[in-house]
Write a protein that binds this ligand. Structure first.
Ligand SMILES: NC(=O)c1ccc[n+]([C@@H]2O[C@H](COP(=O)([O-])OP(=O)(O)OC[C@H]3O[C@@H](n4cnc5c(N)ncnc54)[C@H](OP(=O)(O)O)[C@@H]3O)[C@@H](O)[C@H]2O)c1
Length: 261
């Protein structure tokens, strides 16, 4: 099987490449601005670069690119081309598509939410391809890159820090998510797949746990409450967690061994 990871130079994409490398899959990744060893150039806005993917003739394409502008006609044209090559698609979506506050917000978060939701709906409803929904991703990836929240914890170690204890998420480890996506390569499901550990945490609980995992002091980390009106204004949902029945597709990290899958 040939797999192309669009966004292979990114935080999640590079981990998907690493996870696929442990299997029988021949994996290719793309970059846009940050060139890396073995990556091919691809920019959604530059149609000439699409041929770089066409030449690979993938069986499966995982869309793990993050962009901050919506260009739905071109995205649709691209997915159409991928299907015409005989390739399936897995689109990495976000829990933000279920957050009405974000979808209505006139700020960067709102732009991101509308963009993800529009692409998600197109992939799912028009093209009948697989979408996977994830909450905030964390952890050190195989390239040694940490998520932004953990990086900030390291930078602020020992300094007073407050995190909301009434904003709830399903936080998803980068390795677990990458392995779950790779493990799904032989499956097709018309439904959204919620991927995650089946648990919920507030931002406060998450930061406390991460500080402990990273060996950082925790006495300086305290809980605060986000005012619901303020949340509405900023486009923040109080709870976008998903757990239990929806997140059965999680591949528990301690069981990750993809070689035989
Ligand atoms: N991180 C999270 O907490 C989180 C949560 C939910 C969902 N997601 C979704 O997961 C996916 C990966 O996120 P991430 O955090 O790994 O993002 P990231 O580290 O910012 O990586 C983004 C990737 O997209 C590529 N890219 C940017 N503009 C592009 C364009 N015009 N055409 C083609 N590729 C382009 C980048 O290439 P260069 O770096 O080479 O320019 C990079 O490889 C995204 O779809 C995101 O919406 C992420």
């Amino acid at each position: 099987m040939k797999l192309v990871v669009v966004g292979g130079s990114g935080y999640l994409g590079s981990e998907i490449i690493q996870a696929a490398d442990d299997t029988d899959v021949k994996v290719y990744g793309t970059y846009h601005e940050h060139q890396g060893p073995g990556l091919v150039y691809f920019n959604l806005a530059d149609e000439d670069s699409w041929d770089n993917i066409g030449k690979i003739e993938p069986d499966l394409l995982v869309w793990a690119a993050k962009r901050y502008f919506l260009d739905l006609p071109r995205f649709s044209h691209f997915i159409n081309k991928i299907q015409s090559l005989g390739s399936r698609v897995i689109y990495v979506s976000s829990d933000i598509i279920n957050c009405n506050e974000a979808l209505n917000a006139e700020n960067d978060l709102g732009n991101y939410a509308r963009h993800k939701r529009a692409e998600h709906q197109l992939v799912d409803e028009q093209f009948g391809e697989q979408t996977v929904i994830t909450g905030p991703i964390y952890g050190e990836n195989s390239a040694g890159r940490l998520d932004g929240r953990s990086r900030r914890l390291v930078e602020l170690a020992g300094q007073p820090q407050e995190y909301w204890d009434n904003v709830i998420k399903t936080f998803v480890s980068v390795r677990g998510l990458a392995c779950t996506i790779v493990a799904k390569r032989h499956q097709t499901s018309p439904q959204d797949a919620y991927i995650g550990p089946g648990s919920r945490e507030s931002y406060y609980q998450f930061h406390l746990r991460r500080a402990t995992e990273l060996g950082l002091p925790t006495e300086n980390i305290t809980a605060s409450q986000l005012d619901t009106q303020e949340a509405q204004k900023r486009g923040i949902c109080m709870d976008t967690s998903y757990a239990d029945e929806k997140s059965r597709l999680w591949w528990p990290e301690q069981e990750i061994s993809l070689r035989n899958n």
